[in-house]
Design a protein around this ligand. Structure first.
Ligand SMILES: [Zn+2]
Ligand SMILES: [Zn+2]
Length: 96
């Protein structure tokens, strides 16, 4: 791949339109991978977190009701009241 680009110099690969097209393609692929990863994270629950305070792998619970949460990135939805909440350790109830 690299040899091909080098030997062709400013051929088709040097054209700005092609470069932009490749960049857009790469960004699209990254975006799709992120979406797939996000869905997979959502499906494979419960997720265990490493608690900094008690040092164990623990399940996250909601800060408001200490109830199970629907986890999102860096926060969650409390299954008890349906509101956004911070994730806390199920054992020591400190923020994860
Ligand atoms: Zn803990
Ligand atoms: Zn709640």
């Amino acid at each position: 791949m690299t040899d091909f680009v080098l030997s062709n110099g400013l051929g088709a690969w040097g054209s700005p339109i092609v470069v932009v097209g490749i960049l857009v393609l790469i960004l699209t692929i990254i975006w799709v991978i992120l979406k797939i990863y996000e869905k997979r994270v959502e499906r494979t629950r419960p997720i265990e977190h490493l608690c900094d305070y008690c040092g164990h792998m623990v399940l996250a619970v909601s800060d408001c009701h200490h109830a199970p949460v629907k986890e999102r990135f860096l926060h969650g939805i409390c299954k008890e009241c349906g509101r956004e909440t911070r994730l806390v350790c199920e054992k020591c109830k400190r923020p994860l």
